[in-house]
Design a protein around this ligand. Structure first.
Ligand code: CU
Ligand code: ZN
Length: 165
């Protein structure tokens, strides 16, 4: 009983932050305040993604992995389009036909913080669909999961390159 309680308080997310294979530290783009960290861990056939982003407007925000590991432009346009090594259309994270970078949305609470822990079936740490060296981008607006080529998610408010730990 004591052990179970301790495990509950410890939390799987913080454990995975320590054991994750890759991490992206996101910085705000010019004129924005969103920032945070996203961790990537191998999990079964895919990747477990744990993250916390602060400085967001409450509500949903699109989050993707973009092609270029380059967040240097003030508006993060340098990150390019969605990471799409398989030549698929834009789609929801649960779809088979989607960009590898289509992670869907995160939801910020009333204090502007989004904490998330999701399994992603398409992203990989290694191989041809590896996300290493590409950029995580958080957007001002929700991804509608259907508009081509990028879900109409609006401006890029935070950006960080995925790096092996
Ligand atoms: Cu994006
Ligand atoms: Zn996409």
């Amino acid at each position: 009983m004591t052990i179970l309680l301790a495990a509950g308080f410890c939390g799987c997310t913080s454990f995975r932050q320590q054991t994750a294979e890759a991490v992206a530290v996101l910085s705000p783009t010019q004129g924005n305040s969103a920032q945070g960290t996203v961790y990537f861990s191998r999990s079964g056939d895919g990747v477990r993604i744990d993250g916390e982003i602060a400085g967001l407007r409450p509500g949903r925000h699109g989050i993707h992995i973009h092609e270029n590991g380059d967040c240097s432009a003030p508006d993060a346009a340098s990150a390019g389009g969605h990471y799409n090594p398989t030549g698929m259309p834009h789609g929801p994270s649960y779809a088979v036909q989607r960009h590898i970078g289509d992670l869907g949305n995160i939801e910020a609470d009333a204090s502007g913080i989004a904490k998330f822990s999701v399994f992603d079936h398409a992203a990989r740490i290694d191989g041809p669909n590896s996300i290493i060296g590409h950029a995580v981008v958080v957007h001002a607006d929700p991804d509608d999961l259907k508009t081509q080529p990028a879900g109409n998610a609006g401006k890029r408010i935070a950006c960080g390159v995925v790096q092996k730990k």
